[in-house]
Design a protein around this ligand. Structure first.
Ligand SMILES: [Zn+2]
Length: 178
């Protein structure tokens, strides 16, 4: 399980600062594909999963901005963690290990169990202060800053950093002309 799986899940909705964010989970089948479940959850379970995604986004967004998380969001995550299947068995898969989750019930909490565990581990772990939100206010992408200096500001240079750089360059050359 990647430590930032919960951030990947939060980022399934992006360009959050724009009037019309990009939504990649539009239907239960999209969630099934993202979680590699064999069948789609009910629409009620899907709605619960999306609500949890927004809870997770708000928790880490607050952290990235140095703000305290909302108590309601923490409560919602705790409720989900308490109701999620227990983390009790590992299985080997292609040379690595993963937590064994019995996905047959197909509920939101079963599908999202690894996401919920990742959120809990990241919140309670040593890398919490490395959670960042892309410096482009229209973007809102959350990521874990793995750089040595810990000063990464952009989700990825190709998407947001380059655009900001081009803008700075443009302003700079205009100033030089003046
Ligand atoms: Zn970005």
């Amino acid at each position: 399980m990647r430590p930032d799986l919960c951030l990947d899940f939060a980022n399934t909705r992006y360009w959050r600062g724009q009037p019309a964010p990009t939504e990649t989970l539009n239907a239960p089948a999209d969630l099934a594909a993202w979680t590699r479940a064999s069948r789609a959850p009910s629409s009620k379970e899907f709605e619960q999963a999306i609500a949890l995604r927004e809870t997770i986004y708000r928790l880490f967004d607050a952290q990235a901005q140095g703000k305290a998380a909302g108590q309601r969001d923490l409560d919602a995550l705790n409720t989900a963690l308490a109701q999620a299947p227990a983390r009790k068995a590992l299985k080997r898969n292609r040379g690595t290990y993963e937590w064994d989750v019995d996905a047959r019930s197909g509920t939101a909490l079963v599908l999202l169990a690894p996401v919920l565990w990742s959120a809990g581990d990241l919140l309670a772990g040593p890398r919490l202060d490395r959670v960042r939100r892309c410096a482009n206010p229209e973007c809102g992408w959350l990521f874990l800053d793995d750089s040595r200096a810990g000063k990464r500001r952009w989700c990825s240079m190709s998407a947001c950093g380059n655009r900001a750089k081009a803008r700075r360059h443009y302003h700079k050359s205009k100033d030089e002309d003046a």
